[in-house]
Design a protein around this ligand. Sequence first.
Ligand code: SF4
Length: 248
Amino acid sequence: MTAPPRSIPPQTALFDRAVKGMRARLDEAEDERAVYAALRWGAAELDRTYAETPAKVRAVVACRAGCDFCCRGPIGVQAHEVLLAVDHIRTHFPPEEIVAVIERASAHRRLLAGPGAEGDGRFVQPCALLRDGRCSIYESRPEICRSHHTSDAGLCAARAADPSVAVDPAYIPALRARMFAVMLGIDAAMEEAGFDDQAYDFGSALHEALTNSLCAHRWAKQQAAFPDSCREDHFDERAAGEGLAGKP
Ligand code: SF4
């Protein structure tokens, strides 16, 4: 007796497509430019996935241009996302704006390293790349920035007004599952290809990458791109040590 054909869940197909597309490009990459082109393909794949999401699901999204509530606080990323952002900054920003970003990223890093900054949920420092309420590296923004959506911007506003209060982020499960499948596919392909797969705090790693050219060099050599002080779990461990773990 033949088993009936089983359909592949859409998230699995999206994950597989992202892994396959990234791996093909990374395997063929002969220089650093080609690796960055693969990263841009991954970013475009996330945008394609959003555009191909059924209209009735997208209709629920409350996020709009100029709404920047989610561009605050620590943001977890992998090294390739930081270096894609830095590539964008170095290509498009004038020198004085690069200096300003370094200063803002430095302030973020200093504040986040302060006592209890992340663990009590009150760390709401705006992203160093937020400019006039908009993302200044929009085409090269990290994967989580492309994947985060809410159905109720009012809840984001409430959280921004009082970060110590736990607020339901009103995620949209049908959209979140699709975007996360692609995001995980991109990251899995980078890991399979041998690149740094640790989770870093975006602002801290951004500051390090903009002030230390060895980061990109180490990453290209498939070594850990950033020091432990930029790692996301560095802050988790510190929060646990301060007795703050588990708080929103
Ligand atoms: S990179 Fe852009 S979208 Fe992401 S948090 Fe920063 S300003 Fe917002």
